[in-house]
Design a protein around this ligand. Sequence first.
Ligand code: PMP
Length: 380
Amino acid sequence: SHKLCMIPGPIEFHEDVLNAMATPATSHIDPGFISTFGETLEGLRAVVGTKAGQPFVVAGSGTFSWDLAMANVVEPGDKALVVSTGLFGDRMVDCLKVFGADVQVLRPEQLGGVPSTEVIKQALAQDSFKLITVTHVDTSTGVLVDVQQVANTVRQVSPQTLVAVDGVCSVAAEELLMDDWGVDLVMTASQKALGCPPGLAVVVASARALDAWKQRSAPVPSYYGAWARWLPVMQAYESRKPMYFATPAVQLIMALHVGIKQLLARGMPKVYAAHRQTSDQFKRTIQVLGLETLPLTESVAAHSMTAIYYPTGITAPDLLPRLSQRGIIAAGGVHPVMAPKYFRIGHMGLTALEPERQYVTKTEDALKASLQEAGYHLTE
Ligand code: PMP
């Protein structure tokens, strides 16, 4: 029988999302599909809080959303400031370098922290950066960055710098108001809080990000990822007209359409509140079990997932197979140095939104039983 996929993405799917994919072959220029795609793009704007931002939805995983943003915005020699709170921030450095950026990285003093506003302010004041990137939730550490505060700091100190957010593990789980906060690039993917199977990369670009692309002098070093090829396609679908550059992932877009409709029917403020409540409940249980989480303080702890240290004497092979036997799939650590010391649970999308939170409760019960079976002495 199906084991609950409680990793930080892919997550459990709503049956309506899955049914949307169980459709007969459909042309990518079928009138019905054209409206589905058009509504999906309109819905994405509402999810990330922008009126004029330009969404791009292209087949690829979350990593491709980085290429789809950076290949178009970054030119060789551009200075980029990366706020890295884990593995995905460090990978962003590699990605930016591929496109020729001159990268400066800010890391917290200790893993589980976030570089302070003061440190970010100083770095911004000392050089002229084309863009700053932050990982909203770094899935390797479960650390949440206050994107609004970073964007405010940028506006005060270096208003011309573009603010780029890796929202792969946060969009539709953590509040994000692109226009109000002044965010220029949001990069995300279908398989996390948007509630769909993996396979779609999503970028939403502000007018400023589009201007940076229009004003670039170096050619865009990508064929499939070039905005010049995708922008007319996205505009065509939104105006309910057919247009082809490369075949869209028709069934995945049908699934994303349902996922987004479900989110918007509930309303984003309620979606964010549900993620907070679910996360609070889960983290309370972790605390009651006497376990510690990787983020150094509550204020930098994500609401989409939790990274938890194994207690002394318990290792991954003691715990993860026992959870699996109880029907719960959890994820190990992924940070290069810390990986063997912690595991991760995702509680976003459906798992946060279903009213009884039964998936999370089942996970808590399985965790308790598995720890006890592994010889851990509960402090309760
Ligand atoms: N950024 C973050 C924050 C992620 O969590 C992930 C995936 N875990 C990625 C980027 C890369 O996404 P993908 O694995 O879909 O390529």
